[in-house]
Ligand binder design. Structure first.
Ligand code: NHF
Length: 477
């Protein structure tokens, strides 16, 4: 089958987990299917990385309002996937989602460019995708038009519900009034995700728990055509054997990584990612660590002096300031590295840290817990979304435990969990070792991209033959 993936992020263009997920899926699908990716260039055509052998494929024009815009389509091959990039003065803007005004213009240009390219593919190559896989709300208008004009069914995957709206006036001004329908209107605002979910042939999201959490408010309206497909991770990259200091015992690696960051050896807690309160719950993490240091959690006095926390990532300036403040108050315990250091350096941290803190308030899937488990770094996360689906908590499954789960938005519970795990590391190292081993095996067996690709393939095939529903959302797999 020829699968078209429409997305706003695909490596090397990356803002968050969406890029990792769609790229890995495209590559896994390409082992059995042909995969074409469609994306705005986001300026990639101007700063072409050498590994992308980018070539002009076609030029055409689109109309937006009363203006005519040229579009150049470039194509490249990356790891077996054919990538089409749309380039013009709007779609070349290097920021993917900012500023909002340009981002919405990009969305509109993409909506018009995709049917234009499908038309050209038909003309030049006499073929079209058998299915379009639309990723997140940015691409749903394009999916709906391609379905309408070319009879290509589409699957809509929600990586995170954003509840995004555009006004009816905005849509009419860019000649997309044909999409407007009362069913999607909230006053004069048009709900893009509700539109996409109605229009698509199949709706998926990235974990069972997220589907459950958002069932009453969103997914239940689409019963019969909705399911979940778990993401995966690449355990070949997230492999302790690839660490610079792979030959050293884990405790030595920890000692060294902490020393490199100006800290003495201790119980090493690590957090990586965007510093954000709304989704990632970093405010809760900072509060929890402070509670341990102040001795509020039971048993904290036994571990307090040896608590170490390394934060890696940037984000909300307010949280960055709070992280700096925590570092100042506890200079012997905390190191805040307020930037991203790249995948290889992150891997070194996972390979040295004892525990990875993932205090998200919601997490459709979340890749960090998988990466950590692959690397023997034990996740302490919240019981939400993909974290809940992928981590076996030591409280629920002593034998097959891979981490510890706590309630969301509960700093006191997280503080208790940190103390509990630090004490376990000290008192029951064999139990900790078992959790590290369990984690890597669990990810390799259950959360790999070949498995995800196989599950998506089932969805594509069911759409093709219109055998719906093929699975109840609640059916585990
Ligand atoms: O892993 C890729 C990612 C998810 O939880 C993550 C999110 C956005 O919020 O599916 O998409």
């Amino acid at each position: 089958m020829l699968v078209g993936l429409a997305t706003f992020e695909y490596l090397p263009v990356r803002v968050g987990g969406l890029a990792e997920a769609v790229t890995a899926l495209g590559e896994a699908l390409s082992k059995e299917d042909e995969v074409y990716v469609f994306m705005p260039s986001h300026g990639l055509t101007k700063t072409v990385p050498p590994e992308l052998d980018l070539k002009k494929y076609a030029d055409f024009r689109i109309t937006v309002g009363d203006r005519i815009y040229p579009i150049s389509v470039f194509q490249a091959w990356r790891h077996g996937v054919r990538i089409f990039l749309f380039s013009n003065e709007v779609m070349d803007h290097p920021e993917v989602y900012h500023p909002r005004k340009i981002f919405i213009q990009k969305l509109v240009h993409f909506t018009k460019a995709l049917p234009g390219l499908i038309n050209l593919l038909l003309k030049k190559e006499e073929r079209k995708p058998g299915v379009m896989h639309i990723n997140d709300w940015h691409c749903v208008f394009a999916g709906a038009l391609v379905k309408k004009y070319f009879r290509i069914p589409f699957i809509y995957t929600i990586h995170r519900i954003c509840r995004e709206r555009m006004s009816v006036q905005e849509l009419n001004e860019v000649n997309l009034g044909e999409l407007v329908d009362n069913r999607y209107l909230e006053g004069e605002m048009f709900n893009i995700e509700v539109f996409g979910a109605h229009q698509c042939d199949y709706l998926t999201t990235v974990s069972h728990s997220y589907l459950d959490e958002e069932w009453p408010s969103f997914f239940s309206s689409f019963q019969g055509k909705v399911t979940y497909v778990w993401n995966g991770t690449d355990a070949r990259f997230w492999d302790p054997a690839l660490l610079k200091s792979a030959a050293l015992p884990r405790e030595e690696r920890r000692k060294k990584a902490l020393a490199d960051n100006g800290l003495a050896d201790g119980y090493f807690f690590f957090n990586v990612g965007r510093l954000d309160a709304a989704q990632k719950g970093i405010d809760v993490l900072l509060d929890a660590f402070d509670q341990v240091m102040r001795g509020y959690a039971e048993g904290a006095e036994k571990v307090r002096d040896k608590m170490r926390l390394v934060l890696l990532g940037s984000g909300d300036p307010l949280l960055e300031a709070e992280a700096r403040d925590l570092e100042k108050r506890y200079p012997e315990n905390v190191k805040a590295i307020l930037k991203y250091l790249g995948r290889e350096a992150t891997r070194e941290f996972y390979g040295a840290a004892d525990f990875c803190l993932i205090p998200s308030n919601f997490e459709p899937f979340g890749l960090v817990q998988l990466e950590a488990m692959c690397m023997g770094c034990i996740p302490i996360g919240t019981r939400v979304g993909g974290i809940n689906d992928t981590v076996h908590s030591v409280d629920d499954h002593p034998e097959k435990a891979t981490g510890l789960l706590v309630p969301r938005r509960d700093a006191a519970a997280l503080a208790r969990a940190m103390v509990k795990m630090a004490l376990m590391l000290h008192q029951e190292p064999q139990r900790i070792d078992l959790m590290r081993r369990n984690g890597r095996i669990h990810v390799i067996e259950n959360f790999n991209w070949d498995r995800a690709a196989a599950r998506y393939r089932m969805v594509y095939q069911n759409m093709g033959t219109l055998k719906l529903p093929f699975v109840s959302y609640a059916e585990p797999y």
